[in-house]
Design a binder for this molecule. Structure first.
Ligand code: SF4
Length: 368
């Protein structure tokens, strides 16, 4: 019989430019090795090599700040090549990350879809922990890193896998939809995942007159307002979007009747009621690209307006925005540390990951 394969030790995969990781390092560091920290000086060469990237963000990052960012941007982009790594960044990442080091940007749905197509050996997820878990669920054989594993999410922390099992016992036979803003444990217990881009489509795809929808009570209310399907919700909320109020938006509207207001569906109902358009971050960006309002309020996390402003300088963004403290844990120095030291490695129990993968893939495979 022919030989089927010739296997070799995992350590042989350490590229020649990397050195073996010291004892006690993460599995990712043992697999890929670590590399010396690049020089981070600001000089004429760095300025020349990064000038085209600064052009993209000059409208939102003052020139005086660029010498701080540019050495990291250059080092990260070079290390991505030598490490065969790709950076996925959520729309809420800061402009220097979103515009200057990310390879793929988008909302949770776009990032989940793109994660299935990635060819690189290493994925660095610039977002929060559930997003990195989703990338790992879809790429069990790749190394997935998150620059700061403390980057959590109030929605993901609002519910556990045990809570879902109790809900199933209370409502036998009712299908369960989980927003992707949940842990792998929760995704493993539900029938299908959704994002704010496709939540209505997912709920209606199940052919059930009642659906359990968790954990965002406000997204659940918004979907219930758009559908005949009866929704059983969970009392979770996004700590960023729940702080907006309809009163606050009315003050903006009164000051300029031509102002457009667009809101994310994680906002409370009185905010949605004040809005001209409601949609996911990707749908909000598409709306501004299409409608080109003179002045617009993007009722969502602050960095998104900065990122769209960099692309559309003719639109004026009024900014009653709230920062997501979890998204802001991701910084250029931490991304560089990720690529140098191969940290922080996302690890999911294989049984949990396999069950969770079914829920995520069922969502991804839904026809548009
Ligand atoms: S903005 Fe809200 S939903 Fe998004 S990561 Fe932050 S806390 Fe979670």
């Amino acid at each position: 019989m022919p030989i089927l394969a010739i296997e070799s030790p995992v350590t042989s995969r350490v590229p020649s430019t990397a050195i073996p990781a010291p004892a006690g390092s993460t599995a990712a560091a043992r697999k890929h090795g670590i590399v010396p920290m690049p020089a981070l000086d600001w000089n004429e060469q760095v300025a020349a090599e990064t000038a085209h990237l600064y052009e993209r963000i000059k409208g939102v990052i003052p020139a005086v700040e660029w010498p701080v960012f540019a050495p990291y941007v250059k080092a990260i982009n070079e290390l991505k090549r030598t490490r065969n790594a790709v950076i996925l960044a959520h729309n809420y990442q800061t402009p220097e990350i979103y515009n200057c080091v990310a390879d793929i940007v988008g909302d949770s749905l776009q990032l989940a879809r793109e994660a299935t197509r990635v060819k690189a050996d290493i994925i660095v997820q610039c977002g929060v922990h559930f997003m990195a878990e989703t990338a790992k669920i879809l790429n069990p054989d790749k190394t997935v890193l998150i620059p700061d594993s403390r980057a959590g999410c109030s929605l993901a922390e609002a519910i556990t896998g045990a809570d879902v099992r109790l809900l199933r016992a209370r409502y036998p036979g009712v299908p369960v939809v989980a927003y992707v803003n949940t842990s792998a444990d929760v995704k493993a217990e539900v029938d299908i995942c959704c994002t704010s881009s496709n939540a209505l489509q997912v709920v209606e795809s199940l052919g059930s007159d009642t659906v359990i929808f968790l954990p965002d009570q406000y997204l659940a209310k918004y979907i219930a307002s758009q559908s005949k399907v009866k929704i059983i919700a969970w009392k979770g909320s996004c700590e960023v979007h729940e702080r907006f109020t309809g009163d606050e938006l009315r003050i903006y509207r009164d000051s300029d009747p031509n102002l457009k207001i667009i809101a994310h569906p994680e906002c409370p109902p009185d905010v949605i009621a004040e809005s001209d358009f409601t949609g996911s971050t990707a749908h909000m960006i598409d709306w501004v690209r299409r409608e080109r309002p003179k002045r617009v309020v993007m009722v969502t996390e602050c960095s998104m307006a900065d990122n769209v402003q960099a692309e559309l300088p003719d639109v004026q963004f009024v900014r009653p925005c709230n920062l997501c403290p979890h998204m802001k844990r991701i910084t250029l120095p931490k991304i560089l540390d990720s690529l140098v030291y191969m940290k922080e490695d996302v690890v999911i129990d294989s049984t949990v990951a396999e069950k969770a993968r079914r829920s995520v893939e069922r969502m991804i495979n839904l026809r548009n």
